[in-house]
Design a protein around this ligand. Structure first.
Ligand SMILES: [Zn+2]
Length: 284
């Protein structure tokens, strides 16, 4: 079961739960307002976080911000009844899903249309069971590139970065706590075909991420990471993306260079997969 944890002076999170793909939810608490980051994958997920916040006497959210439109981050919106802030592309995507009746047939149609994938359909079935009376809500405050939210003594900077995972992906930086929420922005594209990464997109995203002065990085489906741990992990993928840039679709060469870089005889599974994802996008 996911639990709540205070990760810095102003930030409480509920950890991700992989069973039904529940992402991290965060409450960022200022002197005047609490900002909720992501709505949850269902009203039940949302209610669980709200109960935990109440139990810990934490000021309940006044505003909601969405990292991107994917179901697991947004389908809990109806439970919160809060003004929701989102990128304009998030609003468009949610508008397209509004009014659907969420039967298995609808899920199959969305898979066929490349809007979701089989894994998300399975997770939706598991999270909701047969009671899929879910209401998609459209955001109230729409921004394009950047937005600063003042919570009273705590400034949150929202930046649209896009990328492979979702065109509407946003970062949220909590300045006073030097904490950067990445959403799923660094993940591969997962809908409308095989999983895939574009080396140029990935390197550009990392440049944007590296502009922030960060102590704690929070990816939505992982444990929060210290700056040292995050960079130690991500630098290997940055190197891989650079090899893809340098050697194009030469799978053998990229594998060889990566083994040399990691000083291993056998490439760990996550890199075997990542190379395939990169080459799916980058191969001409
Ligand atoms: Zn996502």
């Amino acid at each position: 079961m996911s639990q709540i944890e205070r990760i810095s002076k102003h930030i409480w999170i509920q950890h991700a739960d992989h069973k039904t793909d529940r992402p991290i939810l965060a409450a960022i608490v200022g002197d005047k307002r609490t900002l909720l980051l992501d709505a949850g994958n269902s009203p039940a997920h949302a209610a669980q976080f709200r109960e935990e916040l109440t139990r810990h006497n934490i000021r309940l959210p006044d505003l909601l911000v969405l990292t991107h439109w994917h179901w697991d981050h947004t389908f809990g919106m109806s439970e919160w009844k809060l003004p929701a802030i989102a990128n304009h592309q998030t609003a468009t995507r949610l508008g397209q899903l509004k009014g659907l009746i969420w039967t298995d047939e609808t899920l199959n149609e969305l898979i066929r249309g490349g809007i979701i994938n089989e894994a998300s359909a399975r997770h939706i079935q598991l999270e909701y069971g047969n009671n899929r009376d879910l209401h998609i809500i459209e955001p109230d405050v729409i921004f394009h590139d950047r937005l600063t939210i003042d919570l009273g003594g705590v400034l949150c900077e929202l930046e649209h970065v896009g990328g492979d995972h979702a065109e509407d992906s946003c970062l949220l930086y909590v300045k006073e706590d030097k904490t950067l929420f990445l959403g799923d922005a660094l993940g591969p594209a997962i809908y409308g075909g095989p999983y895939r990464y574009t080396s140029a997109n990935f390197l550009r995203l990392m440049e944007q991420v590296n502009r922030y002065d960060v102590q704690t990085y929070v990816e939505s489906h992982s444990r929060p990471a210290t700056a040292d741990d995050f960079h130690e992990d991500i630098k290997r993928y940055v190197q891989l993306a650079r090899y893809v840039e340098a050697f194009g679709d030469d799978h053998v060469r990229i594998t060889h260079e990566m083994k040399k870089y990691l000083k291993v005889y056998e490439l760990p599974n996550e890199f075997i997969k990542a190379i395939v994802w990169f080459l799916t996008s980058d191969a001409k």
